[in-house]
Design a protein around this ligand. Sequence first.
Ligand code: AMP
Length: 394
Amino acid sequence: MTSRNILVINCGSSSIKFALLDPAHSHFALSGLAERLGSPDAVLHWQQDGQKHSLNMPSADHRGALAQLLPRVEQAANGRLHGIGHRVVHGGEHFTQASRIDSASLAAIRSTAPLAPLHNPANLLGIEAALGLFPELPQVAVFDTAFHQSLPEHAYRYALPEVLYREHGVRRYGFHGTSHRYVSQRAAELSGLDPANSSWLSAHLGNGCSTCAIVNGQSRDTSMGLTPLEGLAMGTRSGDIDPNLFGHLSRTLGWSLEQTEHMLNHDSGLLGLSGLSNDMRSLEQASASGHPGATLAIEVFCYRLAKSLAAMSCALPQLDGLIFTGGIGENSALVRSKTLAHLRLLNLYLDDNANARCVRGESGAIQRAGHPRVLVIATNEERQIALDTLALLN
Ligand code: AMP
């Protein structure tokens, strides 16, 4: 097979994550992170051939960082870069799949910015910088929301006045779609099932966390909503709360909208409950040495995850398996076992040895014999973005 090098870019407001890969191979030829962009401490870190490198780029912006990256990408790709795939967080209702970047798709991404005011403008910065530097190269946008555009209306509508949906786009969109799609396809492959004829529950558990019900290759429900705050307890996000909390904190503590919003997104979840950390690994260690907040945070995390998976099962005709992915899903035997202890009504049981074995990149089946499949699968959003980019270039 001829090599097809795709550069995958994921831009935040002050960072760019990148990976150069050929989807025919499992490894990244080059990968890294530019961070603190726009500040005197802007820095580029990258890995190539097992070696780590860094370069200070004082005050470099997104374009400056990509300009530093360009010669390294070209060299790693032997001068043959075929396209660029951009991760874009929100595609609204406009994008049901990846899209070649042109003036029409750029305008549509821009018009979606009010739905993702922190993310889409940052993603656009990266796209515009890359278009400026690589004008000849085909570029593709791959959306976190697109996979969930197949949700039925009863799953995506909030029980709110219709005008808010019709005129202002207030509905559930869902995120992490690239990851849920990738791992559900892998799950079908690993199980010898047809992706177009199989049903999965998926739990993407990283710093952000969401569940998804996938039927015949399509998302039928998911736990995140209008924004990534809805659903599970996460690293620093609260997940579901009673929305009257906004009024309550305003009346009792005089908190502004912004204060409550900040608290729900940045000071809550595992961090808020434990008073210690947003990081599951640290919490597991602290809990083992008797920290009550860490223990409570893990209990709440797992119970709410189990409740969400049980709710997602309403969207499935049958259960071919449950998938754990993301940093916590791929590594925490404790979270997997505590979560499944709440899901006996779905007949889900773990093989303790297999569960303990599937950590640090080890994927596989971890269910007890005679019970529904439970799979640990390493997600690879970069690879999925590269595959989507290639599919559009072909
Ligand atoms: P991600 O955003 O997918 O990189 O996932 C980050 C989360 O995965 C953090 O909460 C980490 O603490 C967690 N994580 C990574 N490795 C482990 C581990 N060995 N045990 C428990 N949690 C882990």
